[in-house]
Design a binder for this molecule. Structure first.
Ligand code: SAM
Length: 238
């Protein structure tokens, strides 16, 4: 549907700043944070875990000239990615926990709202660290309060606990406020595009997009008690 709906393309552009066919919270401000970690003095290699149709990777490639790699369990999304990006790219249909890459392959590994789908997050973290080159960066946007429960703070999330247990240093930025503001933009965009969605026969889809923003019906101070969003950045030193 994301391939054929102009209304959804407009929704993504209005809410997220760019159309990456987002199914989550990855707006352009968050994605632009990745750029500083991608080397541009050579062709870097970037992996996106749960890459969907690869549009976010395409954006990063355009900005940096990187070779892009992605995997996702959706065959349809991977077929679209392969048809869209024909050079300097490698897309695989695969599940987290089942796919492997040679050690030291990637300069940057990105996971936007996908770590929670790992059947064993600790084991998957080991894979990620193995796949990274020395000096490489693991960048993840991580939400608490919907797919996984909200914990006390950024250091108590399941991912933070796993990293600390493995003595892996991480930097964390709390972007809960940004994420709340994004929800408000999503709601506004979906409501203003409702007629366009309906004209395409996608009115139900628009209703679902609006329903997904119901968290933002409460003031921020209430919202932050139930939801949180963090950016974790890990540099591989050895
Ligand atoms: C919440 S969406 C996030 C998509 C995208 N990264 C973004 O930020 O918009 C999760 C993505 O991970 C994929 N996915 C979910 N579970 C997976 C799994 N076990 N293995 C591989 N991909 C998975 C979904 O198909 C989807 O594209």
């Amino acid at each position: 549907m994301a391939q054929s709906s102009e209304a959804f393309r407009h929704f993504c552009e209005e809410a997220f700043g760019n159309d990456f066919s987002q199914d989550g919270f990855s707006d352009t401000t968050q994605v632009d944070r990745i750029l500083q970690y991608i080397p541009t003095d050579r062709q870097a290699r970037i992996l996106d875990i749960g890459c969907g149709n690869g549009k976010m990777l395409g954006y990063l490639q355009k900005k940096t000239g990187a070779h892009i790699y992605g995997f996702d369990y959706s065959q349809n999304a991977i077929d679209t990615a392969r048809a869209t990006f024909k050079t300097d790219s490698d897309f695989k249909q695969a599940c987290i926990g089942e796919i492997d890459y040679p050690a030291g392959t990637f300069d940057v590994i990105v996971s936007m709202d996908t770590m929670y789908f790992a059947p064993d997050m600790a084991a998957f973290t080991d894979h990620i660290m193995k796949w990274l080159k020395k000096g490489g960066t693991f960048f993840t946007c991580y939400q608490e309060g919907d797919v996984v429960p909200k914990t006390e703070n950024a250091d108590t999330s399941q991912l933070a606990q796993i990293l600390r247990h493995k003595s892996i240093h991480y930097d964390c930025t709390d972007i809960t406020r940004e994420s709340y503001d994004l929800l408000l933009r999503k709601k506004k965009a979906a409501i203003s595009l409702k007629y366009e969605f309906e004209q395409e026969g996608n009115g139900d889809w628009c209703d679902m997009l609006i329903a997904q923003t119901e968290y933002a019906d409460k003031p921020f101070e209430e919202y932050r008690k139930e939801l949180a969003r963090y950016v974790y950045v890990v540099r591989k030193n050895k």
